[in-house]
Design a protein around this ligand. Structure first.
Ligand code: SAM
Ligand code: DTB
Ligand code: SF4
Length: 349
């Protein structure tokens, strides 16, 4: 077994990140197989429980009031709607239900509603994850008491680049919330975004910071920036898929026992790039045709691709997904988002 370490240096991580590509993939796959069963991918489903009008100024986020993306804000969803969506996610075969809110932090008066939501979703047999912004120590404890399994709170980028992306809270604020979450006994989901103009050094520094948390986050989402019109970052150049795969592989090597999620932006990746990302150690995805406010891969195409790759998941797949050539189905369907039936989150589109 590769040793689990928390003392990575910037130089070591940068060397891994920039190693010859094939060596990097090979090493990542070797590490992966020591810690996880071959070819098995965890599946989460995502819902926005409160959309838009967020006071924070995150330059990547379509939900910030500072970013003129034209997004229609929505109030907190009622519990029945959340429950219905959770059932659909469970019936589709997802094992974790992630609930996200466009908040800087939750108000104490929302806690009773949130803890009830956790209890109801857990009662369906799903793992629960929430992402609600910054927490106090007490709020983290309350979420744990209700049974919350994971809390998502991303570092998003390197400590050095953070100030270019968000000014309304600090990197230290982010770490503080993670500390409260850990102390409360909730598992941590923390990762970030590539494609925001960060350098290779920033990418290494961001991964190093995550890997030097002790213990490591149990779940590490790597997102590719979704360039929504109206974002200050909308004109950033596309991320080279091979560079994204390097991030996945490096995360796998330096946090060997953590789930590494190929998160937002998967829709923009070809079948081949996704296959390589799985080989590089990605072992978690979001399934369902919508992320929080932007489209994810459509479910029939996604399911066909995972089946074609022989990836083992708990997914049942939408009824009527043709059995034949998954690769062709993926190619023909995955770009035609607008006119398809959104199987699991239909009513939210
Ligand atoms: N408000 C909470 C917070 O910021 O922690 C929770 C929701 S927030 C939308 C969760 C994460 O979504 C962010 O930390 C960011 O990594 C990711 N995200 C937001 N907009 C994105 C985009 N356009 N592309 C990729 N990831 C994005
Ligand atoms: C994470 O790292 N990615 C998810 C989840 N955590 C909450 C969110 C992605 C959001 C993408 C942009 C959107 O759909 O609004
Ligand atoms: Fe608000 Fe979270 Fe979006 Fe930042 S990332 S603007 S905190 S919803």
């Amino acid at each position: 077994m590769d040793e689990i370490r928390h003392d990575w240096t910037q130089r070591e991580v940068k060397e891994i990140l920039t190693a010859p590509f094939l060596e990097l993939i090979m090493r990542a796959q070797e590490t992966h197989r020591k810690y996880f069963p071959e070819g098995t991918v965890q599946v989460s489903s995502l819902i926005s429980i409160k959309t838009g009008s967020c006071p924070e100024d995150c330059k990547y986020c379509p939900q910030s009031v500072h970013n003129p993306t034209g997004l229609q804000p929505e109030r907190l969803l009622d519990l029945n709607t959340v429950l219905e969506k959770a059932k659909e996610a469970r019936d589709a075969g997802a094992t974790r239900f992630c609930m996200g809110a466009a908040w800087r932090d939750p108000r104490d008066r929302d806690m009773a509603y949130l803890t009830k939501m956790i209890r109801m979703v857990k009662a369906l047999g799903l793992e629960t994850c929430m992402t609600l912004g910054m927490l106090t120590e007490n709020q983290a404890r309350e979420l744990k008491e209700a049974g919350l399994d994971y809390y998502n709170h991303n570092l998003d980028t390197s400590p050095e680049y953070y100030g270019q992306i968000i000014t309304t809270r600090t990197f230290a604020d982010r770490l503080k919330t993670l500390e409260y979450v850990r102390k409360a006994g909730i598992k941590i989901c923390s990762g970030g975004i590539v494609g925001m103009g960060e350098s290779a050094d920033d990418r290494a520094s961001f991964l190093k910071t995550l890997a030097n948390l002790d213990p490591h986050p149990e779940s590490v989402p790597i997102n590719i920036l979704v360039k929504v019109k109206g974002l200050p970052l909308e004109n950033q150049p596309d991320v080279d898929p091979l560079d994204f795969i390097r991030m996945i592989a490096t995360a796998r090597i330096i946090m060997p026992a953590s789930y590494v999620r190929m998160s937002a932006g998967r829709k923009s990746l070809s079948a081949e790039a996704q296959a390589l990302a799985f080989l590089a150690g990605a072992n978690s995805v979001f399934y369902g045709c919508r992320l929080l406010t932007t489209p994810n891969a459509r479910e029939d195409a996604d399911f066909a691709l995972l089946r074609k790759l022989g990836v083992k998941t708990t997914l049942k797949g939408p009824e009527g997904t043709p059995e034949e050539d998954g690769r062709k189905i993926y190619d023909s369907l995955h770009d035609s988002f607008s006119d398809h039936k959104c199987y699991s989150l239909e009513k939210h589109l």
